[in-house]
Design a protein around this ligand. Structure first.
Ligand code: SAH
Ligand code: SF4
Ligand code: F3S
Length: 446
């Protein structure tokens, strides 16, 4: 049936497409794959939705706000569709979660594809859209995608997906319901992609997965630390990072692989979520405050210069003032380089959503402000200590605000802006830090 419909229209070659991505790096990488599929079919990317024939929205469902952002953008796309003939596809985590409900609420949407089904994309786009298509089947294994087809946004830093899905079921989190169970990509394919990227001149590789450190090669059973060591041996790769690690699975062998490697950055994102062991227990995180702090000590013993970042949730059901104070004190103790902090928001299917969302909104807001204010102080103090120092910066592009200013990241993944008359994009620069703000460093090339 699909084939008949393909015959009817089928001209992807004439199409201009626009992809809007919400959510995490995994979604960013998926959008690069989607763009690659469409480009391979002859469609052309377009900078704005107004000029496109096909608009794809890659969605995130992790918080209520993420969904709201998607619906607000979808509303704007609906206005475009009133003026011209355009196909609108909703893909990603919201698509997987609500499937046909989206079509019931928003009948102008033409198709729905979940994260495991992007291989069906070109057939769906080619269809005549008389019948709406929903493609949200789960896959048991990792769907590999020819890496040479990925249409990457950056020419400097590349994402390489190593695993997908999550088996952890943290009580608040929707990801296991949007991304399904853990699926690992064969190590051979991962390393081949890293090699190819280096050949193409990429300077940095970021290994991606919802729980990268639970990785096991489906063929040999080898673990994530082995993958790190192998990636480190690839000739030409300069910086390797990985995201996201779960503290519960963060074993000593990974820390040792990091410290023993030449190219693995001394930088780690390790979401703690809360500083209170009782909240962590209710969140089903599988570690205590002390266990988390032990991991931090182990990391700092092996790599005194390691740059650490984290995620924080405030206002989890039942979070008392004392429990919240423990989150503040964990920030004080660890002194992260950067944090991402969120107000708890109840999500469908999750265990926590069956409990009363008991912390009032005003209290959640107040706690979030407290977290961010404390972290800002910590970052200002840390960043000030870097003024005068010279560091290696990978230049990723030009600053959006000032085209004279180049923007990059240091090994610790901090944003560093610097003025230069020479074009540094795609190269490493030695930058001396001259001043700073809480969220970025400013310097000059030496
Ligand atoms: N796999 C990663 C990322 C999960 S989503 C991990 O395990 O850390 C990114 C972050 O969103 C989480 O770390 C958490 O801090 C936040 N988050 C997830 N669900 C949330 C919810 N229901 N309310 C508020 N924040 C949430
Ligand atoms: Fe969500 Fe927890 Fe899985 Fe992270 S580990 S994706 S927070 S369920
Ligand atoms: Fe969002 Fe899905 Fe990523 S819910 S955070 S886009 S895995």
């Amino acid at each position: 049936m699909l084939k008949d419909r393909m015959k009817k229209t089928g001209d992807l070659k004439k199409m201009k497409f626009h992809i809007r991505t919400f959510g995490c790096q995994m979604n960013e990488n998926d959008s690069e794959r989607i763009a690659g599929i469409l480009k391979a079919e002859g469609a052309k990317p377009s900078a704005s939705p107004e000029e496109s024939d096909l608009i794809i929205i890659n969605t995130c469902a992790v918080r209520e706000k993420s969904e709201e952002k998607f619906y607000s953008y979808l509303g704007k796309m609906a206005l475009i569709k009133k003026r011209k003939n355009v196909v609108i596809g909703v893909v990603g985590c919201v698509a997987q979660l609500y499937k046909s409900e989206i079509l019931e609420r928003k009948p102008f949407v033409d198709f729905i594809i979940g994260p495991d089904n992007y291989n069906t994309l070109s057939d769906i786009v080619r269809s005549d859209h008389e019948e709406k298509i929903i493609s949200t089947n789960w896959s048991q294994t990792f769907h590999d995608f020819p890496p040479e087809k990925i249409f990457r946004k950056s020419r400097v830093s590349a994402y390489v997906t190593v695993m997908e899905g999550c088996d952890n079921f943290c009580s608040y989190c929707i990801v296991p319901y949007t991304r399904g169970r853990e699926k690992f990509r064969p190590m051979k394919a991962i390393l081949q992609e890293v090699r190819d990227l280096t050949r193409e001149g990429y300077k940095e590789t970021q290994l991606l997965g919802q729980n990268v450190n639970s990785y096991r090669d489906p063929e040999s059973g080898r673990s994530f630390s082995f993958l790190l060591k192998e990636a480190d041996r690839v000739n030409g790769v300069e910086w390797i990072r990985f995201i996201t690690s779960h503290p519960k699975d963060f074993s000593r062998d990974i820390a040792e692989a990091m410290s023993g490697a030449e190219k693995v950055c001394h930088q780690l994102h390790l979401p703690v979520q809360s500083g209170s062991s009782s909240v962590l227990k209710r969140m089903n995180r599988g570690y205590t405050r002390d266990k988390y702090l032990d991991i931090i000590s182990m990391l700092r013993n092996l790599m005194p210069d390691i740059s650490l970042s984290t995620d924080i949730i405030v206002g989890y059901p039942g979070e008392t003032e004392e429990e919240f104070q423990e989150t503040l004190s964990v920030l004080d103790e660890v002194r992260f380089t950067n944090i991402f902090s969120f107000r708890y928001s109840p999500r469908p299917h999750t265990a926590a959503s069956r409990q009363k969302d008991s912390v009032p909104l005003e209290k959640k807001k107040k706690r979030l402000i407290q977290v961010q204010a404390l972290q800002k102080e910590i970052q200002v103090e840390f960043n000030k200590s870097l003024v005068g120092k010279t560091m290696k910066v990978l230049c990723l592009g030009k600053s959006k605000k000032d085209p004279q200013v180049y923007s990059g990241r240091n090994e610790g993944y901090q944003v560093v802006n610097f003025k230069s008359s020479e074009d540094f994009i795609g190269r490493f620069a030695d930058v001396r830090i001259t001043s700073c703000g809480p969220y970025s460093l400013i310097g000059e090339v030496v």
